[in-house]
Structures are given as structure tokens and as C-alpha cells.
Write a protein that binds this ligand. Structure first.
Ligand code: 5GP
Ligand code: ZN
Length: 112
């Protein structure tokens, strides 16, 4: 299977690590949309949030346990936004579940 983020997890493609534990990896987005723009991914391949089920949701829980730690590491005390894009209308470009953590500035009120 050809997956960019699985290649990043294997170290085949370099990335700037922000956080890692046994289930989660977080790294800086190559094209940041805010002063902090971190991608948080499960180490298991899940195609998108639309593929979350009782069988794999522990990996999602691990991601959400990691996010507050990452926010603290990044100094996002004033708040931040977590986004996951799904499919074509959601503009998902990488088909490995990932959560964008955006912060470090006042974000816009619109989400579309
Ligand atoms: P999506 O559009 O699927 O929600 O988000 C994919 C994100 O991955 C984009 O924000 C894009 O900038 C980022 N990205 C794409 N290729 C790479 C890469 O090779 N390295 C890193 N660090 N980020 C990438
Ligand atoms: Zn993958």
C-alpha cells in the first residue's frame, strides 16, 4: 500500500517530530496554515474519520489523549482548532487519518 503518512511513520520520508508515543505520531505540516500547524496521526493506517469503528477507535482515543499534550508543548494556552478532512468534498488529500492542530494566532470564525 502506498501511503505518504505510513512512509513518514517508517522514516522513509523525513518529518519534523513534535510528539510521539506508542500509538501516535505528530509532526509539523509542510505547508503551515498557522504559526502552529501540527498533524497528529495514529500509527495504524486508518483511511479517514469515516473509517472509524469499534475495532479501531482506540487509536483515535490515543490521538485525542495526545492532542492536549501537544497543545501544551506548543504553548497554545489561548486555544486552538482541531480539524480532520474527509473525502473529496472535505478536501482530504492524504488518505491516512490525520488531525490538523492549528493555533498560535486568532483563527477565523468561518470553517468552510
Ligand atoms: P489534508 O489535505 O489531507 O487534510 O491534509 C494533508 C496535509 O498534509 C496538508 O496540510 C499538507 O500540507 C500536508 N503534507 C503533504 N505532504 C506532506 C509531507 O510530505 N510532509 C508533511 N510534513 N506534511 C505534508
Ligand atoms: Zn497510512
Amino acid at each position: 500500500m502506498d501511503c505518504l503518512f505510513c512512509s513518514i511513520l517508517k522514516g522513509e520520508i523525513p518529518s519534523t517530530k513534535v510528539y510521539e508515543d506508542e500509538a501516535v505520531y505528530a509532526f509539523r505540516d509542510i505547508n503551515p496554515q498557522a504559526p502552529t500547524h501540527v498533524l497528529v496521526i495514529p500509527k495504524t493506517h486508518i483511511p479517514s474519520a469515516d473509517a472509524v469503528s469499534a475495532e479501531n477507535s482506540a487509536a483515535v482515543a490515543a490521538v485525542f489523549e495526545a492532542i492536549p499534550k501537544i497543545a501544551k508543548l506548543e504553548g497554545l494556552e489561548q486555544g486552538y482548532r482541531v480539524i480532520t478532512n474527509i473525502g473529496e468534498h472535505g478536501c482530504q488529500s492524504v488518505k491516512h487519518l490525520h488531525f490538523h492542530v492549528l493555533g498560535g494566532k486568532q483563527l477565523s470564525e468561518t470553517m468552510d
